[in-house]
Design a protein around this ligand. Structure first.
Ligand code: ZN
Length: 656
């Protein structure tokens, strides 16, 4: 554990709030301290309001902000005197508490203060830092965690037993802190939850946090329970069809499509293959902070029905005990451990699945350390349930709006690095899909910098490339629901009299044969799509209205259209819809340079503007127009349409 405080960097932050931002970001930089919005920080400042009155204000992390990227507007200013009065109440429901916090913020438009705000208020120091450090969770996630905390820290820290986050925890700390604290107190440990540090400056509070966590790590190292070498693993056996089938079962159980990301790295594979995996993975999460994203326990193996039944039992058992009626969450797992593939992470988006991966990766670190220390022990089931079915979370659940139409679905687009293909990626992403983007241009691997896109360099006319791309795509997102066949080539205009066999074959190979391969290989995956597979073929106006000089191109697109019609007939029984678009004169693609457009316009004796809008509606057709229609054809508007051909050409007299 190394502190990151840098005096030069710190000197660039002037003011107490700016330094609060700086040291919060330092905490956020270390995922073994806080992960994805976990942890929170605060500073107490005296300010003068418009009436000239001096007020004590607690600036505390607002919800929705991540410590790694927080800025000054991410801190909610709350009246400190009111918070201190709240802390003396005998009881306050969590919804009431949230309301009290929201109504005592002194800046319009500030984010909602963290639910741990009162805890920050009662600690009598200007700066307060709170993390869910892995090392602390490992030490306290054992049968005799409290004894170990005393062994590590003596009475340098205040020790608080586990209580669910919220008002009751704040009230307990308000009572316990003055009882245990003394001049040498530097922190507060919350069993099975995390740790607080505090100080008179941002630097002091931050450095105390680092020093406290370092002491826990040193203790783990002394006990040979930290940085354990990964165990030997056997080669994973699950193939893409196994994974896609499992994703289908999980989606069906959830009631909506999910992204299912596979991680077969040695760390995850070794954990999933441990002889004692059932014993150590089925106890529960390492901190309440993780419950909502990872569910109570991971699924072991591939029997979703059995997992869901066990989850329903857990809910029935605990809901009967709860004071408030509860709405059951879906019974699908969020984490899957399987000796045949390692770790599988479930999310409504690739981003969500990546968060689950990060959290479970740290969960593994904590569980392994606690196991090496003498035995991992999670919170009792009812404490976990109280967090999972917390009133505040249940209220959020009722408020959540409708997800985007393709949320949780996986699309594959060929020719995705430019033009219509690139626009299709954007249109599918905008509707919530994860996208496997293929292109022969290697730039595709780096041009989409986001977790929702897997860019793969792939020559679709090489069967081995296609198969490998599908394998990688399924490992990244779990399966395939939507397929947009767009890749194609358009060699320069040649009359049939000059057309070589070689050129004819090359055009057929890319525009036709490659699509047959991809359709055939994708079929078993598309069959598993929860809402039925959807295929969109990018054809051409040249199919209904060919022109001279493009025999190979026109013939290849006509054959592709016919292939699509046959596929629509054959796959209807599998619930797969196959439709074709015929764009024309889309000039913002790789095929058309400005120079070529000028040349062609001159050839027809037209201005560039007239040439670009040379259609019935006198409109210009852009890649985006084609992409939006392709995406819509995958949506519910076209639920009952297959085998159709639709022009997107501004109206063409020969086609009409
Ligand atoms: Zn916390």
């Amino acid at each position: 554990m190394r502190g990151l405080w840098n005096s030069d960097e710190a000197a660039r932050h002037s003011g107490e709030l700016a330094l609060r931002v700086y040291s919060s970001q330092l905490l956020g930089r270390d995922p073994s301290l806080v992960l994805h919005g976990g942890g929170n920080t605060s500073v107490k400042l005296r300010e003068v309001n418009v009436l000239g009155e001096a007020l004590d204000i607690l600036y505390v992390k607002g919800s929705g902000w991540d410590l790694a990227t927080i800025r000054e507007p991410g801190f909610a200013p709350v009246r400190l005197d009111h918070l201190l009065k709240l802390a003396t109440l005998e009881s306050l429901s969590d919804p009431q508490m949230v309301s009290e916090l929201a109504t005592h913020v002194v800046r319009a438009g500030a984010p909602a203060p963290s639910v741990e705000t009162i805890l920050h208020a009662i600690l009598p120091y200007p700066y307060v830092d709170h993390t869910h450090a892995d090392a602390l969770l490992a030490v306290t996630g054992t049968a005799d965690g409290a004894r170990r905390v005393r062994e590590i820290y003596g009475d340098d820290v205040v020790l608080i037993p586990y209580v669910m986050p919220g008002f009751d925890l704040a009230r307990l700390c308000a009572r316990e802190f003055p009882r245990q604290a003394h001049a040498g107190t530097v922190g507060m440990v919350l069993l099975n939850h995390g740790i607080f540090s505090f100080g008179s400056s941002a630097q002091e509070s931050y450095q105390r946090m680092i020093a406290l966590v370092a002491r826990a790590q040193a203790y783990l190292e002394t006990n040979r329970a930290w940085n354990l070498p990964p165990a030997a693993v056997t080669v994973p056996t699950a193939g893409r069809q196994d994974i896609a089938r499992l994703r289908r079962d999980i989606s069906a159980c959830a009631g909506y499509p999910v992204v299912f990301a596979i991680h077969g790295d040695a760390k995850f594979l070794a954990f999933a293959q441990r002889a004692d995996v059932a014993q150590i993975s089925q106890q529960g999460p390492v901190t309440p902070d993780h419950v909502l994203r990872t569910k109570r326990v991971p699924m072991l193996g591939r029997d979703v029905g059995a997992y869901a039944a066990a989850y329903r039992d857990y809910f029935a058992r605990q809901a009967a005990r709860a004071r408030q009626p509860k709405i059951m969450l879906d019974a699908a797992p969020r984490v899957v451990l399987d000796a045949g593939f390692g770790l599988g992470c479930v999310g409504r988006s690739a981003r969500e699945a990546a968060i689950v991966r990060d959290i479970y990766s740290h969960t593994i670190d904590v569980i392994l350390a606690a196991t090496a220390l003498g035995g991992y022990r999670a919170l009792p089931e009812q404490d976990i349930f109280d967090v999972e079915y917390w009133d505040l979370e249940q209220a959020k659940l009722q408020k959540t709006g409708a997800p985007r139409p393709f949320a949780g679905e996986v699309a594959l687009v060929t020719g995705a690095a430019s033009g219509i293909g690139k626009a299709c990626v954007a249109s599918l992403l905008a509707r919530g899909a994860a996208v496997i983007a293929l292109d022969i241009n290697p730039d595709v691997a780096t041009s989409f910098q986001q977790p929702e896109v897997l860019g793969l360099c792939c020559d679709v006319s090489v069967a081995g490339d296609v198969s490998r791309a599908l394998e990688s795509g399924v490992r990244a997102f779990g399966g395939l629901d939507l397929l947009v066949l767009n890749a194609g080539i358009f060699p320069g205009g040649k009359r049939v009299a000059e057309l070589s066999d070689q050129e004819w074959r090359r055009v057929m190979q890319v525009n036709l044969d490659a699509n047959l391969t991809l359709l055939r290989e994708a079929h078993p995956l598309l069959k598993l799509a929860l809402r039925g597979g959807r295929v969109v073929i990018i054809g051409s106006k040249n199919v209904p209205a060919p022109g001279p000089g493009a025999a190979a191109y026109s013939a290849s697109k006509a054959a592709l259209t016919q292939l699509a019609r046959v596929v629509a007939l054959e796959w209807g029984a599998d619930g797969i819809r196959v439709n074709t678009l015929h764009p024309n004169a889309v000039f913002d693609t790789g095929v058309w340079s400005d120079e070529v457009v000028v040349q062609r316009a001159r050839h027809y004796g037209l201005s560039v503007a007239d040439y670009k809008t040379n259609n019935v509606l006198k409109v210009e057709i852009c890649s985006r127009d084609v992409a939006e229609l392709a995406a819509e054809m995958c949506g519910s508007l076209f639920d009952k349409t297959t085998g159709a051909q639709l022009p997107v050409d501004g109206g063409n007299e020969r086609v009409i």
